[in-house]
Design a protein. Structure first.
Length: 353
């Protein structure tokens, strides 16, 4: 009898430890805008059969991306589904289909006292990053989205979009108003090195940043590292969203070289996140996309020669399911074929938000 009780206690403790291990302190969400499974395969091939997201993440799956009113989504809805856990109508940011503002996972974390941040190679007011911060009925309302940053209490944002903050039709200077609320505002990463403490906003371009070969070298990986250095100072934990925006832009242009270069740059940022998670031991890393762009087909390739033949079927978005990779505490819960709204609810439960 005593042996049975001892065995029961051992099993109970093991089970309890497993449950605790599934609850991370921090979450890093990396979104490759427009990144379908064949964008991953193209970069994987041209990089000689290696990507951080494919080779280092033990769990993977697929996500459906349809919106509330269309079979094929746009970035506003795709981002909102990940950020807020509910499908809405194409073009809507951080709002339900009946125009009710929704709290994103970043907002819920902020309210709990966690540090939060968004990074993008597009304008920080563009659809995907806006989905985590703002509430607007139309994604093109970027001046209004910039205003939403004032009430977000987000800890950090880095990207483009300067004109929506400082060169507005209403004459307001949102950067000045953010400074008055305690933010340090800057225009290059070098302006804020080294990161010490406090809230930070970095606006690197008038609108979106330039393509990877033309923008500051290693911007996305360096910005990711800077954000992790700052946000990880909070003992209550953090949530960071990092977007590789221009995989989508390259897909719209049916430009293979641009697409692969943006994929590899995004994967470099993924590597920075995974390095942090490996060292930290209490961080969950999620890598996915809002939708696929270009209807990419892999026609041929060669790993040794690092060559890939890509064909495009559209200049717009497709409704193809997108890949999902996960690493760290609770990563196993995200595997499988799921709707793109599922991640929000799993993250919310894990963090008890």
């Amino acid at each position: 009898m005593k042996n049975k009780i001892s065995l029961f206690l051992i099993l109970f403790l093991l089970f309890s430890s497993a449950v605790i291990a599934r609850s991370p302190k921090n979450i890093i969400i990396l979104i490759g805008d427009g990144m379908g499974i064949n964008q991953v395969q193209a970069a994987y091939t041209q990089n000689g059969g290696y990507l951080n997201m494919t080779n280092r993440c033990p769990f993977s799956g697929l996500r459906q991306t349809n919106s509330a009113n269309k079979y094929t989504t746009d970035s506003a809805v795709g981002g909102t589904a990940i950020a807020c856990g509910e499908k809405t109508n194409n073009g809507m940011v951080g709002m339900s289909a009946d125009s009710i503002p929704m709290n994103s996972i970043i907002r819920l974390a902020t309210l709990k006292g966690m540090s939060t941040g968004v990074i993008s190679t597009s304008s920080i007011t563009d659809a995907t990053p806006a989905s985590f911060v703002a509430h607007q009925p139309v994604r093109s309302m970027q001046e209004e989205i910039a205003e939403d940053f004032l009430n977000s209490d987000i800890s950090l944002f880095i990207g483009g979009g300067l004109k929506f903050f400082e060169k507005r039709k209403d004459g307001r200077n949102i950067s000045k108003e953010l400074t008055d609320k305690g933010y340090k505002m800057a225009y290059t990463l070098e302006d804020v090195q080294p990161v010490e403490n406090g809230k930070l906003g970095v606006l690197m371009a008038e609108d979106g940043l330039k393509p990877v070969k033309e923008r500051p070298a290693n911007f996305l990986p360096d910005a990711t590292q800077m954000a992790l250095d700052l946000l990880s100072k909070n003992k209550k934990g953090f949530i960071l969203m990092v977007e590789g925006s221009q995989i989508d832009w390259a897909g719209h242009n049916n430009d293979k070289e641009w697409m692969v270069n943006e994929m590899l740059d995004f994967d470099h940022a993924v590597g920075i996140a995974l390095d942090f998670a490996e060292r930290d031991g209490d961080t969950l890393v999620l890598i996915t996309a809002d939708h696929e762009t270009g209807g990419v087909t892999i026609a041929n390739g060669d790993y040794e020669k690092k060559e890939i033949t890509v064909k495009y079927n559209t200049g717009g978005h497709s409704a193809s399911p997108v890949p999902f990779f996960s690493y760290g505490s609770g990563a196993e819960l995200f595997s499988g074929f799921k709707d793109n709204t599922a991640s929000f609810h799993i993250m919310k439960k894990l963090l008890k938000l």
